[in-house]
Design a protein around this ligand. Sequence first.
Ligand code: BGC
Length: 257
Amino acid sequence: MAGRLAGKVAIVTGSSSGIGQSIAIRYAQEGANVVVDYRKRPEGADDTKKQVESAGAKAVVVQADVSKHADTQKLVDQAWQQLGRCDILVNNAGVEKGADFWDVTEQDYDTVLNVNLKGAFFLAQAFVRRLRDAKLPGRIINISSVHEDMAFPHFSTYCASKGGMRMLTRDLAVELGPIGITINNIAPGAIATPINKSLLEDKEKLNALLKNIPLGRLGTCDDVSALAAFLASDEAAYITGSTHVVDGGLMVSYHEQ
Ligand code: BGC
C-alpha cells in the first residue's frame, strides 16, 4: 500500500477511543498495519479495527493493561506473531485523576503513575529489545501533555507522570540513538476526548479554558494524529529527544484580562 508508513507495523496503546483511535486510523491511511490495544472497551477497539480495515490495512486487536508488565510483553509478541514485525510504538494510553494534593490516595497515585509512566517505560523496553536483537530501526512516540512542563493544579499525579515521561524521552534518545531508534513526545493541550469529559460538560470551566487558548478552540484528535504520522515517517528521521506541542498556543499564552 502506498503512503508514508507503507509496510510498517505500529502498536498504538489506548486506541479504542480518543487520540489513540485517531492515530491508529491515520497510520492505516498512511499504509501501516496496526495493533489496536484496549483495556476495557472492546466495542471501541472493534470500531477502530473496522476503520483501520476500511483504510485498506490490517488490524489486530489485543486486550492489554499497560500498567501490567506481562501485558506490555504480550503487545510486542502479538505484533511480531500476527503482523510479522513492529516498527513503531505509540505510548498513548493515559489516565488522569483530579484531587487536591492532600487528598491523593495511594491507589490513585499507583493507577496514574503505572498507566502513564510505568506502562510506557516497560512497553518501550519490550519494543526496543526485539528491535535490538533483530538489528532494526524503530520509532517511539509518547503522547505526553503540555503538563509535562506546565503546572496543572489538583492533578499532581498526572503532572508527575508526564514530567517523568518528558525526562524518559530525553534520556532514551541518547541511549537508543546509536541503535537507530528515535523517541519523541507529543504534548497535546486541551483536546476534546473522553479523558476530559467532565471539563467538556462544564460550560463555565470550558469557557475559562478557551480564554487561555490563542486559537480559540479545543484541539481535535486529528490535530494530534497528523503530527504522530509525521513523526513516525521517514521525513522525521533526524528528530529525536524532543517534545512537540499541539495546543493552539495554550502553553505560551499569558494575558492580563
Ligand atoms: C489533560 C486535560 C487538560 C489539558 C489542558 C491534558 O493533558 O488531559 O484534562 O484539559 O491537558 O490543560
